[in-house]
Write a protein that binds this ligand. Sequence first.
Ligand code: ADP
Length: 749
Amino acid sequence: MSSKPVEHCDPETSSSAPDGGESADVRVPVLFPTPLPKAYDYLMASPPPHPGTFVMADFGGRLRHGIIWAGSSDAARPGVDPSKLKRIDHVVDAPGLSPEILDFVAWVAGYTMAPLGAVLRLVMRTGGALTPPAGRMSYTLSPGGSGHMSNLTPARKAVLRVASEMSANVRDLAAAAAVGEGVVRGLIKEGALIGQLVDPDPPFDQPRLDLPGKKLSDAQAAAAAQLRAHVREGGGPLLVDGVTGSGKTEVYLEAAAEALRKDSSAQLLILIPEIALTLPFLRRVAERFGAEPAAWHSELGDAARRRVWRRVADGNARIVVGARSALFLPFKNLRLIVVDEEHENAYKQEDGVVYHGRDLAVARGAKAGFPVLLVSATPSLETVVNVDQGRYALVRLSSRFGAAVLPEISLIDLRKTPPEKGAWLSPPLVEAVSDRLGRSEQTLLFLNRRGYAPLTICRKCGERMKSPHSDTWLVEHRFENRLVCHHTGFSMPKPASCPSCKAVDSLAPCGPGVERVMEEAVTRWPDARIELLSSDTAPTAGEMRGVLDRMGAGEIDILVATQMVAKGHHFPNLTCVGVVDADMGLSGGDLRAGERTFQLLSQVAGRAGREARAGIALLQTHQPQAPVLQALANADRDAFLVAEAEGRARAGFPPYGRLAAVILRSPDEQRLKQSAEAHRKALFAAEGIEVMGPAPAPLYRLRGEMRMRFLIKSRREVHIQRFLAEWLGGVKLPNKVRRRVDIDPYSFL
Ligand code: ADP
């Protein structure tokens, strides 16, 4: 009879060696990268390997990779008959996970309420990293060359010529010399070419610490000195609060250098929010340290991914630049994390294990005792409050580097100077753009809305075009002549007649998207070089890079773009930013709507005038009195943050209180409602906790499923996860109903 793995309890010596001989087996807990909450017990020969060691074990009838776990919160469960346990004989020959990572995995699972195994999966997601291919042979000209050979055919000569310039495998050499592989093999056999085994995952060059870096301004040098001291002394989290263009990157790279200097095996991680920033950023780091850092993001191929994973695990990759998921790389000795643009929502992971990259970075640093630098020109309220309350240190950079000054931000009151009928750019904005064109300077027209028009409506019957299985509007994409749902990806050709009243040619676009602004710009300025940038026109990082590089090189006069362009980019000749609809985020309604609008618009405005020529930003609005817009126009960020903080404190919202969301979803509406009711009934009163809901989610129908939400608010000192575990643990989920817990939600849809 085949035995089953059993849930883990405390490791203990089993009685499988009754004679007390050397082969005593011990019980070891093994955790698998699957969405299960616990480790399982197995038997291994004594002494067992350290926790964190990778093993292969039979799990559910299949051999799987797992790790020896350090312990389990379930240790109190009664032991299971050791004779039923399976044995593990296969230990994987790869560096194991450090105690620090095991600790981090356990902490993340507890904090996010995700199953332990699901968090481990984030660490082990790199298929093949534990079973790398064997090295391959690479051939080049042998020292003796072909001197000893008399019969050199033209084909052989061609190979020898190629091999004198490169080292490659048989196939590539043959291809480069345009001959058959047999010719190359013949030369190897006769000793004219020699081979060498090449590691499939070559090591990264080591960063050089003797390079001076850029010459810093006085303000930058002072900030860099503070950061170096912070790193030397092993300080905790620190906010680098510097205006756009102040040179924050140059300054924090000095902190990075200090961390590498302090500990010769130290590794560091720089998180960036946007994949298109990776390439220029890698170049900057490479310039500073004379060696290319390791990059980690979603567009890496399998081989590159495996190389980074393995080289991070063995400690060779000292500097990693990556997206939020890089937090789960198996660092051997991580000593510093930098979170660039720390306020960015892109750090929030919304699927699977739901987490915020910035918060996890801070937690990881705190647990392992290393500094975490949070960097931004528009820091999140959470971070600002942590600074105010003394939990985080602060370094400020309050002016732009060199001769550059911050752009002047002005509001255009659309009630007083509206655009002409059918247009979206008001006369003052049109004039400013024309003026820049006359001076050969660049303009950015910003609208955070993809497509041509956000809504399509029938002029005859008023029908609004909706997504079939969701409560979402279809957005017209005119270049493709399709209607697209931005939430689900559903799309259809734009119909010639109204699906409801059948009127022909009655469907009219409502409101502008970037494509429509582009259309207007091309009509107004027919001689200008105008390009459009959105995730539709540049779906890959490479295509996006192309547009950004052209903009940087001055080959574009007017760039019409969505928020893809807001983050971190540096365009020397851009002096005018026009925000087509500054009111867009104001009515969002969620607790961070104002803050997000402020951050986005100041980041976009911050693209203007980053070098010698001063820049302006013009914000078109119907609500010029809105506090967010007033704060932008008056360059008064701090007053805005104070007002925001007061509002949040009054409502008990983060960071003054805690929030969590529980979202139930199902294709079966009746079951969903019953389950929501069962959840409501299972609620109990708890000190300092308030539960709102169940309420239909604002996006009630999505991809054919219905969704109900609970919002849980607690005082800051309350352990909200403990409450959730007790509450949710008492409710059985019926078939077809799924539940998601989101600690500190950012999306309320
Ligand atoms: P931030 O991240 O604060 O917006 P960056 O670090 O990107 O600013 O710097 C803005 C621009 O100024 C970049 O092109 C950068 O190379 C340049 N820069 C900043 N500091 C220096 C310096 N000390 N010497 C030369 N160039 C600098």
